[in-house]
Write a protein that binds this ligand. Structure first.
Ligand SMILES: [Cu+2]
Length: 69
């Protein structure tokens, strides 16, 4: 498993948190995704043998929450 925390500037409320956590949770290979409204970050724990980091960031971009940097 691999863990990474990223900043997503567009996180603004609990609805954003719910959307991000739900969408990531539906992606195969994601062990856990925890979004934080105050820090505008998401801590993602995933299995690199199942899903690539690029697939994860692409999904976030598609749902309207591009990762910073
Ligand atoms: Cu929101």
């Amino acid at each position: 498993m691999t863990i990474k925390t990223v900043t997503i500037p567009k996180i603004s409320c609990g609805h954003c948190i719910g959307t991000i956590e739900r969408e990531l949770g539906e992606l195969k290979g994601i062990n856990s995704a925890m979004a934080n409204k105050d820090n505008k970050t998401v801590a993602i724990d995933w299995d690199e043998t199942i899903v690539s980091w690029e697939q994860i960031t692409t999904l976030l971009e598609e749902i309207g929450f591009p990762v910073e940097g």
